[in-house]
Design a protein around this ligand. Sequence first.
Ligand code: ZN
Length: 182
Amino acid sequence: MHKYGLLVIDMLKDFVYGSLKCERAQRIIPNIKELILTARNSDIPVIYANDSHIAGVDHEFRLWGQHAVRGSEGALVIDDLKPTDKDFIVSKRRYSAFFETGLDPLLRELGVDTLMLTGIHTHLCVLHTAADAFFRCYNLIVVRDAVEAFTDEYHVWGLNFMEKFYGAKLMTAAEVLKLIKG
Ligand code: ZN
């Protein structure tokens, strides 16, 4: 019996509607929403991994410009997917949700051995999080219609890479919902 954890990566105002807006991210909102609601009702921890950058400082700004600055409106999770008190929030300053964050000990304490990945972007934060999860021996499910990227090419490339090199299982949201509900 696996203990699942649902990870929601970077579904923030800046990434979906704001400075790094991605229209393709908007179409996965309903699937993520349904997964979150079902997870909450099934005793599966919901963990948000959110970019939370320090204004004027973070290394990543060289590539992307300022985004998801800590304390700003753009760094908040979009209203449709708002966390509740029952959920967990991990703040990150790099692509990976594991890098210099408390995610790994949190997952251990929750007894999670299998991570279900949702959010954006398939080839960036999702992929780097998958890499770090693989290095730490977690099983991976990538919900293929609950992750997205700027282009279809990046999205498909990211999915294939995670499947091939991190052993990630690619599943649809419908399949995952069925799995959760047993
Ligand atoms: Zn960032």
